[in-house]
Write a protein that binds this ligand. Structure first.
Ligand code: NAD
Length: 312
């Protein structure tokens, strides 16, 4: 069987094109959806993530701004910044880039974001709504998984989904969203005995453990759909050559740059066992920012009349 590659970049592009036309429609009502990103400190990876989110706003025509605060910012100072954004009519979505410096009480800060502007879906009100099956702003990476499945015409209803990982930002909300789509869901974690046997029963397997290439052929049932959330940077030449022995182009790239990305699923094994899978990079990752834009528009639609076409 030749596995189908689920192309996250192509899916992201069509999502963003649809969102761009909804932004245009919003302009008829005098509304421009707006996202504010709050970046505390100088973490280089966080700077890149925020820059990419701002670029996505530009691409769909939404307003965006980045508030850069020094690493020494205190919790009350950050709370004051968030509360100011809560009160602004032109800002629909607020995102506080994580991780925050260690001295800041992240829970307190995230709890101050207005639930209606909580485009990351991390506020306890949205977490509770998601768990109780109510409409809400749901976390972006898990939403991206559902989007990939739906836009690839892969049935979720009635199928057995196994989620490896129980984090609050990926594993748990992914399981809840799959449940809302009527999958039968099993959640696994680091204390699950006999992980391979549980995973092999999955018709849809979600890997979100943060362990490079951890899920191998013994975890993947024949014909499973595999969604790989993991993003792990590898620099060890022997490991890279072992994992990508089947992929000369990848090895060539690694030999030039000295690093490459791998997911939580063994890249050679998944291509042989799955019916469809998301590659790393270029699978789940691109959807995360697209879903952030989608959440921003959903938050902005509160400002439009109930029959406005931008309320998708
Ligand atoms: P996390 O470390 O918070 O959680 C990992 C989870 O995996 C835990 O619940 C743990 O119990 C489970 N786990 C760890 N080792 C295990 C094992 N040996 N067997 C079974 N379960 C095990 O990580 P996270 O924030 O959920 O992220 C998971 C991965 O997804 C990471 O690689 C991260 O970089 C990636 N990620 C990608 C995106 C994206 O946009 N594509 C977004 C967020 C996270």
């Amino acid at each position: 069987m030749v596995a189908r590659i689920l192309d996250g970049k192509a899916i992201r592009d069509s999502v963003l094109a649809e969102l761009a036309s909804r932004v245009e429609q919003a302009a008829h009502y005098g509304i421009r959806p707006g996202l504010a990103a709050v970046l505390v400190g100088e973490d280089p990876a966080s700077k890149i993530y925020v820059r990419n989110k701002i670029r996505a706003c530009d691409r769909i025509g939404a307003h965006s701004e980045t508030l850069r605060l020094p690493a020494e910012t205190t919790t009350p100072e950050l709370v004051a910044v968030v509360e100011d954004l809560n009160g602004r009519e032109d800002i629909d979505g607020i995102l506080v880039q994580l991780p925050l410096p260690g001295h800041i009480d992240a829970q307190r800060v995230l709890g101050c974001v207005s639930p209606e502007k909580d485009v990351d879906g991390f506020h306890p009100v949205n977490v509770g709504k998601l768990a109780s099956g109510q409409a809400c702003l749901a976390p972006c990476t898990p939403r991206g998984l559902i989007e990939i499945l739906k836009r690839s015409q892969i049935q979720i209803k009635g199928r057995h989904a196994v989620v490896v990982g129980r984090s609050n930002i990926v594993g748990k909300p992914a399981a809840l969203l799959l449940l809302a789509e009527h999958a039968t869901v099993t959640i696994c974690h680091s204390r699950t005995p006999d992980l391979p046997t549980v995973c092999r029963r999955a018709e849809i397997l979600v890997a979100a453990a943060g362990r490079p290439a951890m899920l191998t052929r013994e975890h993947i049932g024949d014909g499973a759909v595999v969604l790989d959330v993991g993003i792990n940077r590898l620099q060890d030449a022997a490991t890279v050559h072992r994992l990508f022995a089947h992929d000369p182009r990848r090895l060539e790239g690694f030999d030039k740059s000295g690093s490459t990305l791998v997911g939580d699923v063994h890249p050679g094994d998944v291509a042989q066992c799955a019916s469809a899978y998301t590659p790393v990079p270029g699978g789940v990752g691109p959807l995360t920012i697209a879903m952030l834009m989608s959440n921003t528009l959903a938050a902005a639609s509160r400002r439009t009349p109930a029959d406005a076409p931008m309320r998708a």
